[in-house]
Write a protein that binds this ligand. Sequence first.
Ligand code: SF4
Ligand code: SF4
Length: 424
Amino acid sequence: MGNYFHSVELNADMCCGCTNCLKRCPTEAIRVHGGKAKILADRCIDCGECIRICPHHAKSAVSNKIEEIEKFRYTVAIPAPALFGQFNGLDNIDYVLTGLKKIGFDHVFEVSRAAELVSEATRRLIKENRLKKPIISSACPSVVKLIKIRFPDLCDNVLPLLAPIEVAAKIARREAIERTGLDAKDIGVFFITPCPAKVTEIHSPNYAEKSEVDGAIAISKIYPDLAHAMDHLEEVESIAQSGLLGIGWATSGGEAAAMLGDKYLAADGIENVIRVLEGLEDEHIRGVDFIELNACSGGCVGGVLTVENPYVAQARIHNLRKYLPVSLNHIGDRSLEDMMWTEELTFDADIFRLDEDIIKAMEMMNRMEAICAGLPGLDCGSCGAPTCRAMAEDIVRGKTKETDCIHKLKAKIQNVYDQLKNTI
Ligand code: SF4
Ligand code: SF4
Protein backbone atom coordinates (compact mmCIF):
# COMPACT_ATOMS: atom_id res chain seq x y z
CA MET A 1 0.00 0.00 0.00
CA GLY A 2 1.41 3.42 -0.92
CA ASN A 3 2.06 6.39 1.33
CA TYR A 4 -0.80 8.81 1.29
CA PHE A 5 -0.88 12.47 2.22
CA HIS A 6 -4.28 13.87 3.18
CA SER A 7 -5.34 17.34 4.17
CA VAL A 8 -8.48 16.01 5.89
CA GLU A 9 -7.65 14.74 9.37
CA LEU A 10 -9.44 13.29 12.36
CA ASN A 11 -8.91 14.59 15.88
CA ALA A 12 -9.69 11.36 17.75
CA ASP A 13 -10.03 13.16 21.10
CA MET A 14 -13.02 15.11 19.76
CA CYS A 15 -14.70 12.14 18.07
CA CYS A 16 -17.49 10.49 20.06
CA GLY A 17 -18.23 7.77 17.50
CA CYS A 18 -21.69 9.11 16.58
CA THR A 19 -21.35 7.71 12.97
CA ASN A 20 -22.79 10.87 11.38
CA CYS A 21 -19.84 11.01 8.98
CA LEU A 22 -19.97 7.31 8.08
CA LYS A 23 -22.85 7.53 5.61
CA ARG A 24 -21.78 10.82 4.04
CA CYS A 25 -18.45 9.63 2.74
CA PRO A 26 -18.74 9.09 -1.04
CA THR A 27 -15.96 6.49 -1.17
CA GLU A 28 -16.80 4.49 1.99
CA ALA A 29 -13.51 5.67 3.48
CA ILE A 30 -14.71 5.90 7.09
CA ARG A 31 -15.07 3.19 9.73
CA VAL A 32 -16.12 3.67 13.35
CA HIS A 33 -14.72 1.15 15.82
CA GLY A 34 -14.25 1.35 19.57
CA GLY A 35 -16.20 4.61 19.64
CA LYS A 36 -13.81 6.42 17.27
CA ALA A 37 -13.90 7.17 13.55
CA LYS A 38 -11.00 6.22 11.32
CA ILE A 39 -10.27 7.40 7.76
CA LEU A 40 -9.00 4.79 5.30
CA ALA A 41 -6.20 6.77 3.66
CA ASP A 42 -6.24 4.87 0.37
CA ARG A 43 -9.93 5.68 -0.24
CA CYS A 44 -10.26 9.28 0.97
CA ILE A 45 -10.68 11.88 -1.80
CA ASP A 46 -10.50 14.90 0.57
CA CYS A 47 -13.95 16.10 -0.45
CA GLY A 48 -14.54 17.60 3.00
CA GLU A 49 -18.04 16.12 3.42
CA CYS A 50 -17.11 14.65 6.81
CA ILE A 51 -15.84 18.06 7.97
CA ARG A 52 -19.19 19.62 7.03
CA ILE A 53 -21.28 16.95 8.73
CA CYS A 54 -19.36 16.27 11.98
CA PRO A 55 -21.32 17.94 14.81
CA HIS A 56 -18.32 17.67 17.14
CA HIS A 57 -15.75 19.33 14.85
CA ALA A 58 -13.58 16.23 15.03
CA LYS A 59 -12.57 16.48 11.37
CA SER A 60 -10.52 19.33 9.98
CA ALA A 61 -8.23 20.23 7.09
CA VAL A 62 -4.54 21.01 7.39
CA SER A 63 -2.93 23.64 5.16
CA ASN A 64 0.26 25.72 5.21
CA LYS A 65 0.78 28.67 7.53
CA ILE A 66 1.49 32.17 6.18
CA GLU A 67 4.78 32.16 8.17
CA GLU A 68 6.07 29.44 5.82
CA ILE A 69 6.51 31.99 3.04
CA GLU A 70 9.54 33.25 4.98
CA LYS A 71 11.51 30.17 3.90
CA PHE A 72 11.77 31.65 0.40
CA ARG A 73 13.65 34.69 -0.88
CA TYR A 74 10.76 35.76 -3.13
CA THR A 75 7.13 34.71 -2.90
CA VAL A 76 4.14 34.76 -5.21
CA ALA A 77 0.54 34.31 -4.06
CA ILE A 78 -1.74 32.61 -6.55
CA PRO A 79 -5.27 33.24 -5.23
CA ALA A 80 -8.23 31.06 -6.25
CA PRO A 81 -10.99 33.14 -7.86
CA ALA A 82 -13.26 31.96 -4.99
CA LEU A 83 -11.28 34.36 -2.73
CA PHE A 84 -12.90 37.34 -4.48
CA GLY A 85 -16.36 36.21 -3.36
CA GLN A 86 -15.45 36.47 0.34
CA PHE A 87 -15.58 40.27 0.67
CA ASN A 88 -18.71 42.36 1.01
CA GLY A 89 -19.06 45.26 -1.44
CA LEU A 90 -15.92 44.38 -3.42
CA ASP A 91 -16.07 45.94 -6.90
CA ASN A 92 -12.39 45.78 -7.81
CA ILE A 93 -10.23 42.71 -7.19
CA ASP A 94 -7.11 44.91 -7.06
CA TYR A 95 -8.03 45.60 -3.39
CA VAL A 96 -7.58 41.88 -2.66
CA LEU A 97 -4.43 41.54 -4.76
CA THR A 98 -2.79 44.61 -3.19
CA GLY A 99 -3.88 43.30 0.23
CA LEU A 100 -2.04 40.03 -0.43
CA LYS A 101 1.15 41.98 -1.09
CA LYS A 102 0.58 44.00 2.07
CA ILE A 103 0.46 40.84 4.23
CA GLY A 104 3.81 39.58 2.95
CA PHE A 105 3.82 38.30 -0.63
CA ASP A 106 6.19 39.93 -3.12
CA HIS A 107 3.95 39.32 -6.08
CA VAL A 108 0.48 38.06 -7.02
CA PHE A 109 -0.69 36.07 -10.02
CA GLU A 110 -4.43 35.33 -10.29
CA VAL A 111 -5.36 31.68 -10.91
CA SER A 112 -8.29 33.04 -12.94
CA ARG A 113 -5.76 34.19 -15.57
CA ALA A 114 -4.57 30.61 -15.98
CA ALA A 115 -8.19 29.43 -16.02
CA GLU A 116 -8.71 31.48 -19.18
CA LEU A 117 -5.72 29.73 -20.76
CA VAL A 118 -7.05 26.29 -19.76
CA SER A 119 -10.46 27.16 -21.21
CA GLU A 120 -8.87 28.25 -24.48
CA ALA A 121 -6.73 25.08 -24.58
CA THR A 122 -9.83 22.93 -23.98
CA ARG A 123 -11.73 24.65 -26.78
CA ARG A 124 -8.78 24.09 -29.08
CA LEU A 125 -8.47 20.39 -28.19
CA ILE A 126 -12.22 19.92 -28.76
CA LYS A 127 -11.98 21.65 -32.15
CA GLU A 128 -9.03 19.44 -33.13
CA ASN A 129 -11.06 16.39 -32.05
CA ARG A 130 -8.22 15.18 -29.82
CA LEU A 131 -10.36 14.21 -26.83
CA LYS A 132 -12.83 11.46 -25.99
CA LYS A 133 -16.32 12.89 -25.51
CA PRO A 134 -17.98 13.74 -23.29
CA ILE A 135 -14.96 15.42 -21.77
CA ILE A 136 -15.00 15.63 -17.97
CA SER A 137 -13.24 18.62 -16.40
CA SER A 138 -10.08 17.81 -14.44
CA ALA A 139 -10.13 20.97 -12.29
CA CYS A 140 -11.67 19.49 -9.12
CA PRO A 141 -9.15 17.02 -7.61
CA SER A 142 -11.83 15.30 -5.51
CA VAL A 143 -13.82 14.51 -8.65
CA VAL A 144 -10.73 13.20 -10.44
CA LYS A 145 -9.92 10.91 -7.47
CA LEU A 146 -13.56 9.82 -7.25
CA ILE A 147 -13.41 8.77 -10.92
CA LYS A 148 -10.18 6.84 -10.25
CA ILE A 149 -11.75 4.99 -7.34
CA ARG A 150 -15.44 4.53 -8.23
CA PHE A 151 -15.74 5.13 -11.99
CA PRO A 152 -12.51 3.83 -13.57
CA ASP A 153 -14.21 3.27 -16.96
CA LEU A 154 -14.48 7.06 -17.24
CA CYS A 155 -10.73 7.75 -16.71
CA ASP A 156 -10.24 8.23 -20.47
CA ASN A 157 -12.90 10.96 -20.53
CA VAL A 158 -11.06 13.18 -18.04
CA LEU A 159 -9.56 16.32 -19.61
CA PRO A 160 -5.77 15.70 -19.70
CA LEU A 161 -4.95 19.37 -19.08
CA LEU A 162 -3.30 20.73 -15.94
CA ALA A 163 -5.65 22.49 -13.55
CA PRO A 164 -5.41 26.32 -13.56
CA ILE A 165 -3.46 26.35 -10.25
CA GLU A 166 -0.63 24.37 -11.85
CA VAL A 167 -0.60 26.49 -15.01
CA ALA A 168 -0.65 29.65 -12.86
CA ALA A 169 2.23 28.37 -10.71
CA LYS A 170 4.34 27.51 -13.77
CA ILE A 171 3.87 30.93 -15.35
CA ALA A 172 4.26 32.80 -12.03
CA ARG A 173 7.57 31.04 -11.27
CA ARG A 174 8.92 31.58 -14.78
CA GLU A 175 8.05 35.29 -14.66
CA ALA A 176 9.51 35.62 -11.16
CA ILE A 177 12.82 34.11 -12.31
CA GLU A 178 12.95 36.61 -15.20
CA ARG A 179 12.06 39.51 -12.90
CA THR A 180 14.45 38.70 -10.05
CA GLY A 181 17.23 36.56 -11.54
CA LEU A 182 16.79 34.16 -8.59
CA ASP A 183 16.93 30.37 -8.80
CA ALA A 184 13.62 28.50 -9.09
CA LYS A 185 14.15 26.99 -5.62
CA ASP A 186 14.35 30.44 -4.01
CA ILE A 187 10.90 31.35 -5.29
CA GLY A 188 7.91 30.18 -3.24
CA VAL A 189 4.56 29.91 -5.04
CA PHE A 190 1.60 29.65 -2.64
CA PHE A 191 -1.96 28.86 -3.59
CA ILE A 192 -4.71 30.56 -1.54
CA THR A 193 -7.10 27.64 -1.35
CA PRO A 194 -10.82 27.25 -0.78
CA CYS A 195 -10.67 23.46 -0.21
CA PRO A 196 -8.60 20.62 1.29
CA ALA A 197 -8.57 18.60 -1.94
CA LYS A 198 -6.26 21.16 -3.52
CA VAL A 199 -3.89 20.99 -0.53
CA THR A 200 -3.69 17.22 -1.01
CA GLU A 201 -3.30 17.58 -4.78
CA ILE A 202 -0.22 19.77 -4.30
CA HIS A 203 1.41 17.08 -2.14
CA SER A 204 0.44 14.11 -4.34
CA PRO A 205 -0.76 15.19 -7.78
CA ASN A 206 -2.99 13.04 -10.00
CA TYR A 207 -1.31 14.18 -13.21
CA ALA A 208 2.45 14.57 -12.66
CA GLU A 209 5.22 13.48 -10.35
CA LYS A 210 5.54 16.85 -8.65
CA SER A 211 3.38 19.93 -8.29
CA GLU A 212 4.63 23.40 -9.29
CA VAL A 213 3.04 24.83 -6.14
CA ASP A 214 5.11 25.04 -2.93
CA GLY A 215 2.24 25.33 -0.48
CA ALA A 216 -1.45 26.03 -0.02
CA ILE A 217 -2.82 28.45 2.57
CA ALA A 218 -6.50 28.21 3.50
CA ILE A 219 -8.67 31.23 2.67
CA SER A 220 -10.10 30.97 6.20
CA LYS A 221 -6.58 31.21 7.69
CA ILE A 222 -5.53 34.25 5.71
CA TYR A 223 -8.88 36.05 5.78
CA PRO A 224 -8.62 38.11 9.04
CA ASP A 225 -5.17 39.55 8.19
CA LEU A 226 -6.11 40.11 4.57
CA ALA A 227 -9.40 41.87 5.40
CA HIS A 228 -7.54 44.09 7.89
CA ALA A 229 -4.85 44.91 5.33
CA MET A 230 -7.49 45.74 2.70
CA ASP A 231 -9.17 48.16 5.13
CA HIS A 232 -5.89 50.04 5.62
CA LEU A 233 -4.51 50.32 2.08
CA GLU A 234 -2.92 53.68 1.31
CA GLU A 235 -2.75 52.93 -2.36
CA VAL A 236 -4.36 50.28 -4.56
CA GLU A 237 -2.02 48.86 -7.19
CA SER A 238 -3.24 48.00 -10.65
CA ILE A 239 -2.50 44.27 -10.75
CA ALA A 240 -5.62 42.41 -11.96
CA GLN A 241 -5.47 40.86 -15.41
CA SER A 242 -8.48 38.53 -15.42
CA GLY A 243 -11.56 38.61 -17.58
CA LEU A 244 -15.04 37.43 -16.67
CA LEU A 245 -14.38 33.94 -18.06
CA GLY A 246 -11.55 33.32 -15.59
CA ILE A 247 -13.33 34.80 -12.54
CA GLY A 248 -16.38 32.69 -13.45
CA TRP A 249 -14.46 29.50 -12.59
CA ALA A 250 -15.12 30.31 -8.91
CA THR A 251 -18.71 29.11 -9.20
CA SER A 252 -20.43 26.08 -10.64
CA GLY A 253 -21.04 26.45 -14.37
CA GLY A 254 -18.23 28.99 -14.90
CA GLU A 255 -15.79 26.60 -16.53
CA ALA A 256 -18.52 25.03 -18.69
CA ALA A 257 -19.74 28.46 -19.84
CA ALA A 258 -16.17 29.29 -20.91
CA MET A 259 -16.46 26.52 -23.53
CA LEU A 260 -18.56 29.10 -25.43
CA GLY A 261 -20.80 26.37 -26.79
CA ASP A 262 -24.15 24.94 -25.80
CA LYS A 263 -23.45 21.22 -25.42
CA TYR A 264 -22.30 21.33 -21.86
CA LEU A 265 -23.49 20.34 -18.43
CA ALA A 266 -22.40 21.44 -14.95
CA ALA A 267 -23.16 19.71 -11.65
CA ASP A 268 -22.05 20.55 -8.13
CA GLY A 269 -22.28 18.87 -4.73
CA ILE A 270 -20.85 15.37 -4.33
CA GLU A 271 -24.22 13.58 -4.56
CA ASN A 272 -25.11 15.33 -7.82
CA VAL A 273 -21.62 14.62 -9.16
CA ILE A 274 -22.11 10.89 -8.43
CA ARG A 275 -25.51 10.94 -10.16
CA VAL A 276 -23.96 12.42 -13.29
CA LEU A 277 -21.06 9.94 -13.27
CA GLU A 278 -23.49 7.03 -12.84
CA GLY A 279 -25.55 8.42 -15.73
CA LEU A 280 -22.42 8.58 -17.89
CA GLU A 281 -21.35 5.07 -16.96
CA ASP A 282 -24.83 3.73 -17.82
CA GLU A 283 -24.80 5.81 -21.04
CA HIS A 284 -27.94 7.67 -19.99
CA ILE A 285 -26.30 11.05 -20.58
CA ARG A 286 -25.85 11.75 -24.26
CA GLY A 287 -25.40 14.70 -26.61
CA VAL A 288 -23.04 16.55 -24.27
CA ASP A 289 -19.49 17.56 -25.23
CA PHE A 290 -18.21 18.91 -21.93
CA ILE A 291 -19.06 18.16 -18.31
CA GLU A 292 -17.99 20.34 -15.40
CA LEU A 293 -18.19 18.65 -12.01
CA ASN A 294 -17.46 20.25 -8.63
CA ALA A 295 -17.50 18.22 -5.42
CA CYS A 296 -18.58 21.28 -3.40
CA SER A 297 -22.06 22.79 -3.61
CA GLY A 298 -21.94 25.99 -5.62
CA GLY A 299 -18.46 25.16 -6.97
CA CYS A 300 -15.17 26.32 -5.40
CA VAL A 301 -16.97 29.06 -3.42
CA GLY A 302 -18.52 26.16 -1.45
CA GLY A 303 -15.16 24.76 -0.28
CA VAL A 304 -14.84 24.07 3.46
CA LEU A 305 -11.86 26.44 3.77
CA THR A 306 -13.83 29.53 2.72
CA VAL A 307 -15.48 31.91 5.20
CA GLU A 308 -18.58 33.10 3.35
CA ASN A 309 -21.88 31.36 2.61
CA PRO A 310 -21.40 29.85 -0.89
CA TYR A 311 -24.57 31.40 -2.29
CA VAL A 312 -23.64 34.86 -1.05
CA ALA A 313 -20.15 34.40 -2.52
CA GLN A 314 -21.71 33.20 -5.78
CA ALA A 315 -23.85 36.36 -6.04
CA ARG A 316 -20.77 38.54 -5.39
CA ILE A 317 -18.80 36.77 -8.11
CA HIS A 318 -21.67 37.37 -10.57
CA ASN A 319 -21.65 41.07 -9.69
CA LEU A 320 -17.87 41.35 -10.03
CA ARG A 321 -17.97 39.79 -13.48
CA LYS A 322 -20.42 42.42 -14.80
CA TYR A 323 -17.69 45.02 -15.13
CA LEU A 324 -14.99 42.85 -16.67
CA PRO A 325 -13.96 42.20 -20.26
CA VAL A 326 -14.61 38.65 -21.54
CA SER A 327 -11.02 37.40 -21.45
CA LEU A 328 -7.61 39.00 -21.03
CA ASN A 329 -5.36 35.94 -21.30
CA HIS A 330 -4.56 34.04 -24.47
CA ILE A 331 -2.33 31.09 -25.28
CA GLY A 332 -0.58 32.94 -28.13
CA ASP A 333 2.67 31.17 -28.93
CA ARG A 334 2.72 29.13 -25.69
CA SER A 335 2.93 25.39 -26.25
CA LEU A 336 -0.28 23.48 -25.61
CA GLU A 337 1.80 20.43 -24.66
CA ASP A 338 3.24 22.42 -21.73
CA MET A 339 -0.26 22.41 -20.24
CA MET A 340 -0.95 18.70 -20.71
CA TRP A 341 -0.73 16.00 -18.02
CA THR A 342 2.51 14.06 -17.99
CA GLU A 343 0.94 10.97 -16.38
CA GLU A 344 -2.08 8.94 -17.41
CA LEU A 345 -5.08 8.67 -15.13
CA THR A 346 -5.59 5.04 -14.20
CA PHE A 347 -7.68 2.95 -11.85
CA ASP A 348 -5.94 2.35 -8.52
CA ALA A 349 -6.72 -1.38 -8.41
CA ASP A 350 -4.53 -2.00 -5.33
CA ILE A 351 -7.13 -0.33 -3.13
CA PHE A 352 -9.70 -3.03 -3.83
CA ARG A 353 -7.42 -6.07 -4.32
CA LEU A 354 -8.23 -8.56 -1.56
CA ASP A 355 -4.90 -10.39 -1.93
CA GLU A 356 -1.82 -10.41 -4.19
CA ASP A 357 -2.44 -14.09 -4.90
CA ILE A 358 -5.28 -14.29 -7.41
CA ILE A 359 -6.51 -17.72 -6.19
CA LYS A 360 -6.60 -16.49 -2.60
CA ALA A 361 -8.30 -13.27 -3.71
CA MET A 362 -11.02 -15.30 -5.48
CA GLU A 363 -11.57 -17.40 -2.37
CA MET A 364 -11.84 -14.25 -0.27
CA MET A 365 -14.28 -12.77 -2.75
CA ASN A 366 -16.49 -15.89 -2.55
CA ARG A 367 -16.34 -15.76 1.24
CA MET A 368 -17.21 -12.09 1.17
CA GLU A 369 -20.28 -12.74 -1.01
CA ALA A 370 -21.42 -15.52 1.37
CA ILE A 371 -20.96 -13.31 4.45
CA CYS A 372 -22.76 -10.43 2.73
CA ALA A 373 -25.71 -12.70 1.88
CA GLY A 374 -25.96 -13.65 5.57
CA LEU A 375 -25.99 -10.02 6.80
CA PRO A 376 -29.39 -8.31 7.17
CA GLY A 377 -28.85 -5.92 4.21
CA LEU A 378 -30.08 -2.91 6.20
CA ASP A 379 -26.89 -0.87 5.70
CA CYS A 380 -27.64 0.62 9.12
CA GLY A 381 -24.01 1.49 9.94
CA SER A 382 -24.26 0.34 13.56
CA CYS A 383 -21.36 -2.10 12.99
CA GLY A 384 -19.09 0.83 12.12
CA ALA A 385 -19.00 0.12 8.36
CA PRO A 386 -21.14 2.19 5.97
CA THR A 387 -22.85 -0.80 4.29
CA CYS A 388 -23.30 -4.54 4.87
CA ARG A 389 -21.08 -5.16 1.84
CA ALA A 390 -18.30 -2.99 3.29
CA MET A 391 -18.72 -4.91 6.57
CA ALA A 392 -18.34 -8.24 4.71
CA GLU A 393 -15.17 -6.93 3.04
CA ASP A 394 -13.77 -5.82 6.42
CA ILE A 395 -14.49 -9.30 7.85
CA VAL A 396 -12.57 -11.14 5.09
CA ARG A 397 -9.73 -8.64 5.44
CA GLY A 398 -9.62 -9.54 9.15
CA LYS A 399 -10.46 -6.01 10.28
CA THR A 400 -13.70 -6.79 12.07
CA LYS A 401 -15.85 -9.77 13.03
CA GLU A 402 -19.39 -10.83 12.23
CA THR A 403 -20.63 -10.28 15.80
CA ASP A 404 -19.90 -6.55 15.40
CA CYS A 405 -23.19 -6.62 13.45
CA ILE A 406 -25.74 -5.84 16.13
CA HIS A 407 -28.43 -7.87 14.32
CA LYS A 408 -26.16 -10.91 14.06
CA LEU A 409 -25.22 -10.55 17.72
CA LYS A 410 -28.89 -10.34 18.70
CA ALA A 411 -29.64 -13.52 16.72
CA LYS A 412 -26.70 -15.27 18.37
CA ILE A 413 -27.83 -14.30 21.87
CA GLN A 414 -31.39 -15.42 21.05
CA ASN A 415 -29.99 -18.75 19.84
CA VAL A 416 -28.00 -19.28 23.06
CA TYR A 417 -31.06 -18.31 25.11
CA ASP A 418 -33.27 -20.78 23.20
CA GLN A 419 -30.72 -23.56 23.71
CA LEU A 420 -30.47 -22.84 27.44
CA LYS A 421 -34.27 -22.72 27.71
CA ASN A 422 -34.54 -26.15 26.09
CA THR A 423 -31.98 -27.66 28.47
CA ILE A 424 -33.70 -26.40 31.64
S1 SF4 B 1 -19.32 12.60 12.80
FE1 SF4 B 1 -17.67 11.05 12.62
S2 SF4 B 1 -15.80 12.13 13.28
FE2 SF4 B 1 -17.56 13.36 14.00
S3 SF4 B 1 -17.90 12.63 16.11
FE3 SF4 B 1 -19.27 11.44 14.75
S4 SF4 B 1 -18.08 9.57 14.27
FE4 SF4 B 1 -16.62 11.07 15.10
S1 SF4 C 1 -12.89 13.85 3.16
FE1 SF4 C 1 -14.55 12.92 1.94
S2 SF4 C 1 -13.64 11.03 1.15
FE2 SF4 C 1 -12.33 11.68 2.87
S3 SF4 C 1 -13.15 10.60 4.66
FE3 SF4 C 1 -14.15 12.63 4.59
S4 SF4 C 1 -16.07 12.26 3.47
FE4 SF4 C 1 -14.73 10.50 3.05
